[in-house]
Design a binder for this molecule. Structure first.
Ligand code: SAM
Length: 224
């Protein structure tokens, strides 16, 4: 359960300098960058580690609900930062323990994010558990709120039924439009998310399938 978790009342209350100290301007105290990339249910953090050098000026945040897993990722990032101190590597990634199905707008301003990743989310196989899935109509409206126009939702799973579910809900949502397979094959993040995550590697060892779907955040319709 997440009742002992602390959430900021609004994004204004978030002190990001604790998570990304290198990105704090030493004179003004202001952050030089904002979080623009979120890995929802980041697990052991392999995706962030591979994205980090690709987006050196952007802040990447993993959200993870399990305490032990979050602690593991924190320790891993500290070690990476220490081992790459000279190049100031891995300063742009960090993890927060939290329930990404709640309170995302407490962390992020409207339109703040440019990419959200949903890599191998828990499948919740049983029909009566489907409402617990991380992609639902209601949650998509929250994701659309924190994503900028033109931002991208990335999904990947080895569970065909979950893939169909995510595609169906994203396609039905008025603020998302599926990107083409050609777009997918030219996008470096698709390549990274297909191989970087711990769950993806497990699927690879079992020769499992990987189903990818990416969706663009459309502009809000103009209401006359
Ligand atoms: N994305 C990682 C990967 O591909 O290796 C982890 C995949 S794992 C199957 C799903 C992860 O999502 C778990 O670590 C789980 O604790 C986390 N998770 C599930 N529901 C969540 C929620 N509401 N908020 C944040 N994390 C969640």
């Amino acid at each position: 359960s997440d009742h002992q978790l602390e959430y900021p009342v609004s994004p204004d209350e978030m002190d990001w300098s604790k998570l990304y100290p290198e990105f704090q301007d030493s004179e003004t105290g202001e952050m030089k960058s904002k979080v623009t990339i979120a890995d929802i249910g980041c697990g052991f953090g392999g995706l962030m580690v591979d994205l980090s050098p690709e987006f050196p000026d952007q802040l990447i945040l993993g959200m993870e609900i399990r305490v032990q897993v979050t602690n593991y990722v924190e320790d891993k990032i500290i070690a990476l930062r220490n081992n790459h101190a000279q190049q100031k590597g891995y300063q742009n990634i960090n993890v927060l323990r939290g329930n990404a199905m709640k309170f995302l707008p407490n962390f992020f301003y409207k339109g703040q994010l440019s990419k959200m990743f949903f890599c191998f989310p828990d499948p919740h196989f049983k029909q009566r558990k489907h409402k617990a899935r991380i992609i639902t109509h209601t949650l998509l409206s929250e994701y659309a709120y924190v994503l900028r126009e033109g931002g991208v939702v990335y999904t990947i799973t080895d569970v065909k039924d979950l893939h169909d579910w995510m595609v169906k809900h994203l396609e039905e949502h008025p603020l998302f439009q599926r990107l083409s397979t050609e777009w997918e094959s030219n996008d470096k993040c698709v390549k990274i998310m297909t191989h970087a995550t711990e769950e993806g590697k497990k699927v690879e060892r079992k020769n499992g399938d990987k189903f990818v779907a990416c969706f663009e955040r459309l502009p809000n319709p103009i209401i006359e």
